[in-house]
Design a protein around this ligand. Structure first.
Ligand SMILES: Cc1cc2nc3c(=O)[nH]c(=O)nc-3n(C[C@H](O)[C@H](O)[C@H](O)COP(=O)(O)O)c2cc1C
Length: 355
């Protein structure tokens, strides 16, 4: 059974939900570890005051008993504490009583760089909020929770995944400068995975290549506009003799410019991927737009927003990479029970004499 994830949830709706199917039974989950990743996602330089309201915590509704997975669908929930300020505006059912709180006024001023304009055109909405609520990256919280589950599975076979922003100090200086001018900033994050054996992914079908899956997973995160595997774009300027990772007698590599992936298959070296985040589209000094009601020129919507979310992206990207590695590890080693998964991994690394 393939590991799958479905998620639902609007930014200011009651909650974010994820259902994970295909997880083996007997996987021990640590609530504090999941909550710690949720907290890491909320922290970071440049984030908005909303993060003080939220204090995300994981709730599990199904698939877990006494801290171990049952091999049945795992249902995860992260409540939106801010919903209490939006109960009328984001009521799932027609709201009762007078409009009160946030989200009661229609939004008609689409932001360049966000889902606003294409969203109302595509779905026939008359309120930009109907598009932006799901396009918002708020629901990455529940993907981070799913990533924490994936990391628990990967840990049973010695794989660790970690995401970090590149150039922290420079990034913070750029965030400060952007904030001072009521502007926004982007940046680059790097995710590394250690302990990945050779053989995850395949060259047999393009959609199952490890590099293709990682690129799609990272591009699936809001505001990511570029993905690099290993030395990526820099390789294009090198000669072959400078670019490829020579093979030592123990079958390890002397360098790792490929970022641990050749022909869509892991080669046993550290997996290294980078994602570039554009500057966030909600500006306190708004860009030019149109009022969708009048057709007249107008300034784009201004609402509470991060100046930058690069440190948060590092955590979200880590979760996305962990998820894809877990999918491919389960494809390769299978197992209805974690012990079968671990045993299959051990038999495989023994066969290829990998250490
Ligand atoms: C962790 C995270 C936090 C984000 N926070 C904001 C934000 O506060 N304000 C904003 O305008 N965009 C934010 N974004 C980016 C938008 O969600 C994104 O730019 C928008 O959905 C349009 O999608 P696109 O950039 O992929 O084209 C965030 C993205 C991530 C990954």
């Amino acid at each position: 059974m393939t590991l799958r994830l479905a998620s639902a949830g609007e930014s200011h709706g009651p909650a974010l939900v994820a259902i994970l199917t295909g997880l083996p039974a007997g996987l021990e989950l640590d609530r504090d570890a999941i909550d710690a990743d949720l907290r890491r996602r909320q922290e970071g330089y440049g984030r908005s005051p909303r993060q003080q309201i939220e204090q995300d915590r994981i709730e599990v509704l199904a698939g877990l008993r006494h801290g171990r997975t049952l091999g049945t669908p795992l249902a995860l929930v992260v409540a939106n504490r801010d919903h209490r300020n939006w109960t009328w505006g984001m009521s799932p059912w027609p709201p009762e009583g007078e409009p009160a709180g946030k989200g009661t006024k229609r939004v008609t001023l689409p932001r360049p760089g966000h889902a606003d304009l294409a969203g109302v055109q595509k779905y026939d909405h008359d309120d930009v909020r109907n598009a932006l609520e799901r396009a918002s990256a708020r629901h990455t919280a529940v993907h981070v929770a799913a990533g924490a589950v994936a990391k628990a599975l990967l840990a049973t076979i010695g794989i660790e995944v970690r995401g970090e922003p590149l150039d922290e100090e420079l990034l913070r200086a750029r965030v400060d400068a952007a904030r001072a001018e009521r502007d926004t900033a982007g940046g680059v994050v790097e995710v590394r995975a250690t302990g990945v054996p050779p053989g995850l992914g395949t060259y047999a079908a393009k959609e199952d290549r490890l590099d293709a899956r990682l690129a799609a997973a990272l591009m699936g995160i809001q505001a990511v506009k570029g993905v690099e595997i290993g030395d990526g774009f820099a390789l294009a300027a090198l000669r072959g003799s400078e670019a490829h990772d020579e093979i030592a007698p123990d079958r390890r590599r002397i360098s790792n410019r490929a970022g641990g992936i050749e022909a869509g298959v892991s080669n046993g070296e550290e997996i290294v991927v980078r994602a570039a985040m554009k500057p966030l589209p909600t500006l306190m000094k708004p860009l030019r737009s149109v009022d969708l009601d009048t057709g007249e020129p107008a300034s784009a919507l201004v609402e509470r927003s991060d100046v930058a979310a690069v440190e948060a992206l590092a955590v979200v990207a880590e979760a996305a990479v962990a998820w894809e590695l877990a999918v491919l590890a389960l494809d390769k080693f299978g197992g209805d029970a974690v012990r079968d998964f671990v045993a299959a991994h051990r038999a495989y690394v023994e066969r290829i004499e990998w250490r």
